[in-house]
Design a protein around this ligand. Structure first.
Ligand code: ADP
Ligand code: MG
Length: 551
């Protein structure tokens, strides 16, 4: 009779369930799982901190549609990875965290790295379970994978004690399970489709908001068709960018505040009225705005603003229904309206407001000048990773996306430090596409050591650090007579040398005249590169109409 151990069962089950990528850090008791994963044909990427590994696993989930796995050691390993579990859950992205645990027979004894891991993981995921018998591993892996991608996607946690990982069982005693198919695409009711279209037809100032739920649902063809046929102005959420290309003439991203504030009917698709969307409330929204809400999660309908029409179902399926119903109506929003004119005027004004900063060649440079060159340099098919405060906010408007699932940023949770894990994941699953990470200096620092991971696997990520020497802004020199202010980082820190330490290519510059050549040289380099751009420490954003987090 053939026996099999727990480690092999985990690897086989993951592979069977279409989990092809694992990110982690090995040690007691999970070493055997990583080795078995490689043997079973799972790509294993060894990282330098569990946080970054957990960020990588969820980016794989979002980009590929199947969860990535994150493998961590017991106790502190699991605790570090909770950062990623929480981030995945908030973003509605699938991932599976596999935490090693101290052996069951030492429970309560003060075992090495003993921790109440399932309890700790539970608030941050959809599904958390401890495997109590090696033979049941395939069952639990199936549950975790299915839960992570069905309904509203999210995170799953599996606790694997040392004795379960090492346990040997007869193969014939392992109950077999079926592979999880892609999530069923639920349609909504024909009545709500009609009601939504009727509401849009009655609108004077309509707006479609496209969120990352639509990107996850791979609804790009349907959403593009819907926008083209209805000629409705649309606004992408930060990571909804690229479902319809940013340079589409119907995009009103350049007049975001006006579009949100004055719209009378909003079709909200795969986006939440949370802080990113200012809760859908005044002063950022019209107090009488009528919301037509498409979401896979019924519980989300009506959050903060009651929905006039609920379109509960899968994004791709429901927008497909809308398109079919449009066939009979032959309706589109007229070409010449005051609303279109108002939005176009505001977009022009916003472009004018930043023009002088874009043309400012002073050294050290400002954000807009830096982004001018970055934008021209960015390949059309790039996967763009973006984090930092101003770096991310300005980057959102200055770096266009023309493809879906091609912007990865701090997301719903506003997590800083996700960028390096996301970049490692993107370069791993999409080796044929350029991966560009534009990072604030503070954001880069959270997981900066992952450049070693990039160099080790020769992942050709291009990192641009917009270095203003601080969280937010910096200063010109350290004070001699008082403590260093809390938000201040090393002035002119040479992050480029961190990259060079491991064999990647580093560039340091202050003069914007040198930027484009450095970017080009970095792109031509066959491996990871980091362009460290010193910014004026007082460089800022264009003045905003509303303060941050205005409610
Ligand atoms: P954004 O940050 O882009 O505004 P959010 O993460 O806030 O997006 O919202 C995404 C929404 O998409 C969530 O409410 C989630 O339930 C929903 N969603 C997830 N998967 C699907 C799907 N397949 N179809 C429709 N909606 C989905
Ligand atoms: Mg900074």
């Amino acid at each position: 009779m053939a026996t099999v151990n727990g480690a092999t069962l985990i690897a086989r089950s993951l592979k069977q369930q279409g989990v092809d990528y694992m990110f982690g850090i090995v040690g007691f008791p999970v070493q055997g799982i990583a080795a078995a994963a490689q043997k079973e044909g799972i790509t294993y990427i060894g990282m330098r901190n569990e946080q970054a590994a957990s960020y990588a696993a969820q980016a794989v989930g979002y980009i590929t549609g199947r969860p990535g796995a994150c493998l961590v050691v017991s106790g502190p390993g699991v605790i570090h990875a909770l950062a990623g579990l929480a981030n995945a859950q908030q973003n509605c992205w699938p991932m599976i965290l596999i935490g090693g645990a101290s052996p069951v027979y030492q429970n309560g004894m003060g075992a090495f790295q003993e921790e109440r891991q399932v309890l700790a993981a539970t608030p941050f995921c959809k599904y958390a379970a401890a495997v109590e018998h090696s033979a049941r591993i395939p069952y639990y892996v199936e549950q975790a994978v299915r839960t992570s991608i069905y309904g509203r996607p999210g995170a799953a946690y599996l606790d694997l004690p040392d004795d379960i990982i090492r346990g040997e069982v007869e193969e014939s005693d392992v109950p077999s399970v079926a592979p999880v198919s892609d999530a069923p695409r639920a349609q909504t009711t024909p009545e709500s489709i009609d009601a939504a279209l009727a509401a849009l037809e009655s609108a004077e100032r309509p707006l479609v908001i496209v969120g990352k739920g639509m990107a996850w649902s791979r609804a790009e063809d349907e959403v593009r068709e819907f926008i083209e046929r209805t000629q409705l102005p649309f606004l992408a959420s930060p990571m909804g960018k690229g479902v319809v290309p940013d340079d589409h003439p119907l995009s009103v991203g350049a007049a975001r505040s006006t579009a949100l504030r004055d719209a009378d009917v909003i079709l909200l698709m795969g986006a939440r009225l949370n802080w990113i969307m200012h809760f859908g409330l005044p002063p950022r929204f019209n107090k009488d705005v009528r919301i037509l809400q498409l979401d896979i999660s019924s519980e989300e309908i009506g959050r903060n603003v009651p929905a006039e029409v609920a379109l509960v179902g899968d994004g791709k399926a429901v927008v497909g229904q809308l398109n079919t119903a449009l066939g009979d109506r032959q309706w589109f929003y007229p070409k010449e309206t005051e609303w279109r004119q108002a939005l176009a005027k505001k977009a022009d004004e916003n472009a004018t407001a930043i023009e002088s900063m874009m043309q400012d060649d002073a050294a050290p440079m400002n954000y807009y000048r830096a982004f001018r060159d970055i934008r021209e340099w960015l390949p059309e098919d790039a996967i763009i990773v973006s984090e930092g405060a101003s770096t991310m906010d300005i980057g959102r408007t200055q770096m266009p996306n023309s493809r879906p699932r091609s912007r990865l940023d701090a997301g719903t949770y506003g997590t800083m430090g996700v960028g390096m894990g996301f970049a490692v994941a993107a370069a791993t699953v999409a080796p044929d596409r350029p991966v560009v990470a534009v990072e604030g200096d503070s954001a880069f620092g959270f997981s900066g050591m992952e450049v070693e991971t990039m160099c080790r696997y020769n992942l050709p990520v291009k990192i641009v650090v917009l270095n203003n020497g601080g969280i937010g802004g910096g200063i010109d020199e350290f004070p001699k007579d008082r403590p260093i202010p809390p938000g201040i980082l090393t002035i002119g820190a040479r992050y480029d040398k961190v990259m060079e330490a491991f064999g990647g290519k580093g560039f340091y510059l202050e003069d914007p005249a040198e930027l484009r050549a450095a970017l080009d040289e970095a792109m031509a380099f066959d491996g990871p590169a980091l362009i460290n751009c010193r910014l004026n420490p007082r460089a800022g954003r264009k003045p905003q109409e509303f303060g941050w987090l205005t409610t």
